[in-house]
Each structure stands twice: as C-alpha cells, then as structure tokens.
Design a protein around this ligand. Sequence first.
Ligand SMILES: NC(=O)c1ccc[n+]([C@@H]2O[C@H](COP(=O)([O-])OP(=O)(O)OC[C@H]3O[C@@H](n4cnc5c(N)ncnc54)[C@H](O)[C@@H]3O)[C@@H](O)[C@H]2O)c1
Length: 291
Amino acid sequence: MKKVGVLGCGLMGSGIAEVCAKAGYATVVREVDEGFLKKGMDRLARSLSKAVEKGKLSAEDRAAIGGRLSGTTSLEELKDCDVILEAIVENLDLKKETFGTLDRVCKPETIFCSNTSSLTIIEMSMATKRPDRFAGLHFFNPVPVMRLVEVVKTIATDPAVYQEMVAFGTKLGKIAVRANDSTGFIVNRLLVPYLLDAIRALEQGVGSIEDIDNSMKLGCGHPMGPLTLLDFVGLDTTYFISQIMFDEFKEQRFAAPPLLKRMVLAGWNGRKAGRGFYDYSDPQKPVPQKF
Ligand SMILES: NC(=O)c1ccc[n+]([C@@H]2O[C@H](COP(=O)([O-])OP(=O)(O)OC[C@H]3O[C@@H](n4cnc5c(N)ncnc54)[C@H](O)[C@@H]3O)[C@@H](O)[C@H]2O)c1
C-alpha cells in the first residue's frame, strides 16, 4: 500500500491524514468544499507545528510530511488510492452515498474503511460491490496522540484484508485491537453510557460541572473529566452515537439525556463550537457554563 485517501478533514479526518503522511504514505484528503478543506488543513498544519515546537518532529520531517499531503474537493482524485479511510459526519445515508460513488471511482482492489463510532459497518459496505474488502478502522481523538485503533471485522470481511488492516494500523504507530462489528465496538460500548451518566448526574443536580469533572480526574485518575471529554469529542457526535446505540440495543443507558439534545439544538457542540459544558472564549481557560 502506497496511497491513502481520507474522506473528511474534520476533527478526526485531519488527524488521520496526519498520521498516514507521517507513516510515509502519500495522503489525499477530500472535503465537501474549499472552506472546510482549508479549515481542516490549517488544523493539521497547527498540529504539525506544535509537534515541531515540542521537539517531537524535526523541521525536515515536517517538510517531508507536507510534501506527502494534498487536499481535494473531488472524489475522482481518490481513484488510485490503495486504501480509503472515511471520517465524514456520523450519518449513515451520507456514508453509504459516498462509499457507493467511490466504489465506481476506485480500483477493485482498494480497501474501504470507516472510522464510524457507532454505525454498522456491514450496512455501509452493502452500498458497494466489495463488502469483502471493507472493514472498520476506528481511531481516537486526538488521532496523533491516542495510541489505540480498533480494527473492526464484519461477517463479510475477507480475513486476509482484515490482517492487512491490522498491519496497516500498526504501521501507523497504533496499537491495534480486534473488534467485531457490534455497535460501538469495545470502547464506546463502555464509554458512551459513562459520558451520558455524567450528563444525567449534572441534570439531577448531583454535582456541578467542575465537581463532576474533578471527581473522575482526582478520584479515579482519569486524565480529564467526562464533561470536558464530551466537549472534546463533540456533543453533536455523541448525540448521534447515543441515538444509534439506543436504536440498536434499546437500553436506557444509551438514551440521550434531554440536556444533551438541547445543547446540540443550540449549537453548543463543545470545543470545536467554542461552547459546550465549558465556554472556550479563551481556549486556554475554559469556564464552566451556568445553565
Ligand atoms: N470526534 C471523535 O472523538 C470521534 C472519535 C472516533 C470516531 N469518530 C467518528 O469520525 C467521524 C467524523 O467525526 P468528526 O468528529 O471528525 O466530525 P467533524 O464534524 O469534525 O468532521 C466531519 C467532516 O466531514 C466533512 N464531510 C461531510 N460530508 C462529507 C463528504 N461526503 N465527503 C467528505 N467530507 C465530508 C464535513 O465537512 C466535516 O468537516 C464520525 O463518523 C465519528 O463518529 C469521531
């Protein structure tokens, strides 16, 4: 494998493109329009600059990585990619439509992977004629920092393709864990009910935003509290995930709390929106919101 195509240059897509280019792959990222593409590529450039500042990356390596990266708004430009990593919004119809088009554009050998947090991979793969060359590659935010990748096998994934994706994840510098195509895979099956419970605790007045976050940081050794983590992940993304998981399992623990829904309706989607459980007017000093 030499060339990687990344769909979406949002929070995850920009990070995925960065690790692919760092690992030596020619990487082309596709966004819906020039505005989103510029925003994503700027985020990627900032992340590389930070790595140089911290002495984790040399200026030469940074230049070489930049040379391997390109952006586009055209799906056609992904036609000669060996693997496609999809990280567009968590919407099944949009993902199916995009993969359906790419199936006609890409060569038959190209492997398709989705970074979905909660959708069923087999359902997406059926929009193509290559369910055997389709898997899940689920990264974590921020992608350049987090070591884990869940490699997801559907009932139709060819075992050789699956092994290739495990090896690819390892080549990207990640620790690959194997998971089946069960909604939420391993991490979100455990994490999402915990995050939703933190919102329920806030709703029920168990503690303030700061006290809930500090409890899990200082009492359980978590690097950040659940409400801070929700702001990082994106409240809209978490809301979509909870709806999909609730729909699959019909269990109360996956149901979105009313406060989450209202914050998403208000556009308070977390750090990326400048406002979530915290106000990020000064990104260095987030201030807990008063509801
Ligand atoms: N946010 C997280 O912590 C996290 C973690 C793991 C997985 N995921 C998954 O990654 C995916 C992306 O999440 P995100 O947080 O990066 O969302 P995001 O909103 O930051 O980015 C999504 C991007 O996709 C673009 N897009 C929409 N339709 C597109 C298309 N047809 N082609 C190309 N680009 C398109 C949008 O313009 C946007 O920039 C979702 O499936 C999500 O479930 C998210």
